[in-house]
Design a protein around this ligand. Structure first.
Ligand code: ADP
Ligand code: MG
Length: 665
């Protein structure tokens, strides 16, 4: 893979800009797909609405004049000979264009038309003529300093220079079967579209490849699982759990009981369990996992529970300890920030079997960790891990049962395809007494009201989360907004209440300290970035305020909101947004059902956000959309399985390459 720094013409500054939008390699660049196409079509100036964008072309008819203003502003004016007759054109801050705008030059002008003055106030000027056919222009996500034109030029430069090295990740016989063009050609069309039919054709080709690769991976793992299908058959009985279930402060919901039974059945069968529990936030997946681990310990096997963040691992650990107090199970916590010295006895205990249950983070899959008789592996918030990490932990034991938990409510049909390698258990029922979180959308001018709402909660001794806006990838900017918010909150509440912050850049000890204080209600207002999003459980927190809510996807908002409404107390969520995106946010006001929200998100944004943009490397599709491309997905699923199973294809370099990609990581 060629790094951007190796591309001629991309210096360190430009490279940084590219990095900002997630582009690091030539491969990233040429697959930076347009999110929209604009059609450049000559407007009929006699028939336009007020404020409508117009597009006109013609030849420069007068030498451009430049007017300069204070502060470096300038305005460039010239007359355009257009098919509509002569029109004045003016544009701000393009004085630099003057040398190119010689008389007779053909230009395309985009802007607003003032009919009485016969002037177009342009926002953009391009060189060229509008043809009879509509001109289609790709529009890319970008960042300031990187114009659409720059982007397009760099992409095309790279396609020209490296295009021939781009490999097709679809077997030849399938390329022939579907009459697909090669990837280079498809990319060329996507970035330089001749017409919409061609765009469609090329995008189907690219979507297919993306989904083919993904389904290849899922199918490969599934076949591997099937191979080592024999598992541990425990001889216990679910009644072993009766006492502990009775000792809980609540009664399990019907769904929790059913899912628990499915799991115990799996654990008792000689077939290896490979199951995912899907349940909305707050549906109570954790206790089910705990009971499975406890059952496993009673049957004489070790369990490992892996969480995506340290905060969450610690929470699970503390929770487990308090729920299973006095029970004969030895549980330990293993995370990255535990010192080497302290890890040693844990490693020893796992190896000699004296530790029954270990709860932790990625630290659980380090090479040093050896288990005595690992029988059950649980991964919480599965969508945060990649398929490969899924594979990793289970390989630690001989053939432990595997259970995943996911709060990603995707419709069952999709779940069955995507998790083709797993059985799916669904918890739909919420624990009794839960009240829906009352959600309202407000704009920044109403922050005062929001503060008084907060005050009401604080007076009742409840706690509040404040979520800082997600500005850009840059952590520094994120941090300033967190600190700014703290200052604001301090001004409003500092004299009476304790306010603290957590964010991703903090050392984990510091984070845990604050989280613990929040749990104990020593901190009353917790300001946070989205690090809080996953799994945190503080039932006394009854209000959440999310700034710049429009920047988040609905599913992320739903996950965030799931931090409140975790008890019988009435909870509130305020979404603050100034952008006219109210319709989307109103969905949050209208429903608390994660499945419904996921459906809406599917419709509005495609699957990307459902799996969280930065959450999983697996389902972060660049061009495919799981919902609207479901047909392609199904086909790719079938084709990739055939390809995998076909022994004659085993020497196909593509197959070898795709398998290496899965195994290496
Ligand atoms: P999630 O499914 O989002 O991981 P948790 O497992 O963290 O949810 O559960 C959310 C909260 O609900 C926890 O405080 C948990 O103790 C509580 N809870 C779980 N099951 C029940 C139940 N059946 N009745 C009442 N509360 C429950
Ligand atoms: Mg959870």
């Amino acid at each position: 893979m060629v790094n951007l720094s190796e591309v001629k013409g991309i210096g360190p500054k430009t490279e940084l800009l590219f990095n900002k939008i997630g582009i690091f390699t030539v491969d990233d660049l040429v697959t930076h797909y347009p999110f929209r196409y604009d059609v450049l079509k000559r407007s009929n100036l006699d028939n336009i609405e007020e404020d409508e964008k117009v597009i006109m072309d013609g030849k420069v008819e007068s030498i451009p004049l430049i007017v300069r203003f204070k502060g470096g502003l300038n305005k460039l004016n010239f007359r355009l000979a257009s098919p509509n007759g002569p029109i004045g054109v003016s544009i701000f801050n393009r004085a630099f264009l003057k040398p190119q705008l010689t008389i007779g030059t053909s230009v395309i002008v985009i802007g607003k038309y003032d009919k009485t003055k016969n002037i177009i106030s342009a926002s953009d000027i391009k060189f060229g003529t509008l043809s009879k056919e509509d001109k289609i222009e790709p529009v890319y996500h970008s960042t300031s300093g990187l114009t659409q034109k720059n982007l397009s030029n760099y992409i095309n430069t790279c396609l020209l220079k490296y295009g021939n090295d781009i490999e097709d990740n679809i077997p030849k016989y399938l390329m022939d079967k579907y009459d697909f063009s090669n990837k280079k050609t498809a990319l060329n069309i996507i970035h330089n579209p001749p017409n919409f039919d061609k765009i469609k054709e090329a995008s189907i080709r690219l979507k297919y490849e993306e989904l083919f690769e993904f389904m290849f991976k899922v199918n490969y793992l599934r076949l591997q699982n099937e191979k080592k299908e024999a598992g541990i058959a425990r001889s216990g009985d679910i009644s072993l759990l009766d006492d502990i279930i009775k000792s809980l402060s609540f009664e399990l919901t019907g769904d929790q009981k059913n899912v628990l039974k499915e799991i115990i059945d799996d654990m008792n069968s000689s077939k290896k369990m490979n199951r995912i529990i899907e349940g909305d936030v707050g549906s109570g997946k954790t206790i089910v996992a705990f009971l499975a681990m406890y059952y496993n310990a009673l049957c004489g096997y070790q369990s490992a529970l892996m969480a995506p963040t340290e905060i969450l691992a610690i929470q699970h650990y503390n929770n487990f300890k308090s729920l299973f107090k006095g029970k004969k199970v030895n549980v330990e916590l293993l995370t990255g920030s535990i010192t080497k010295k302290d890890k040693k006895p844990i490693y020893d205990g796992l190896k000699d079997g004296s530790i029954n249950i270990v709860i932790g983070t990625h630290a659980l899959i380090q090479d040093e960790v050896e288990y005595n008789n690992l029988g059950l592996v649980i991964t919480d918030e599965q969508h945060r891990f990649g398929v490969n990490q899924r594979a990793n932990l289970k390989n630690k034991g001989k053939k432990p049962d595997v259970l995943y938990m996911s709060a990603t409510p995707i419709p069952r049909t999709y779940a069955l395809t995507i998790y083709g390698d797993m059985d799916v258990s669904i918890i739909k029922e919420m624990p009794k007494g839960r009240k829906p979180v009352k959600t309202v959308v407000k704009n920044t001018s109403e922050v005062k009201d929001v503060l008084s709402m907060m005050y009401e909660e604080l007076k009742a001794k409840h706690q509040v989360y404040v979520i800082a806006p997600l500005i850009e990838e840059s952590d520094n900017i994120d941090l300033t907004t967190v600190y700014n918010l703290r200052d604001k909150m301090n001004l409003a509440f500092g004299s009476k209440y304790n306010i603290d912050i957590v964010h991703g850049k903090m050392a984990s000890q510091a984070k845990d300290l604050i989280m613990n204080e929040f749990k104990q209600n020593k901190v009353n207002i917790l300001i946070s970035t989205t690090v809080i999003e996953v799994g945190v459980d503080v039932p006394n927190a009854t209000m959440m305020v999310i700034f710049d809510a429009n920047r988040f996807g609905l599913s992320t908002l739903h996950q965030l909101r799931g931090r409140v409404g975790r008890s019988e107390l009435e909870s509130k969520c305020v979404l603050i947004s100034d952008i006219e995106d109210v319709k989307r946010l109103e969905i949050m006001e209208n429903t608390n059902d994660g499945f419904e929200i996921a459906e809406e998100d599917f419709k509005l944004r495609g699957a990307g956000d459902i799996f969280g943009t930065k959450q999983s490397g697996d389902m972060n599709f660049k061009i495919a959309n799981l919902k609207s491309d479901y047909k392609i997905l199904s086909q790719a699923k079938k084709d990739s399985l055939e390809f995998l199973k076909n022994k004659e294809e085993d020497s196909n370099p593509l197959k070898i390459r795709l398998i290496e990609k899965i195994d290496v990581k």
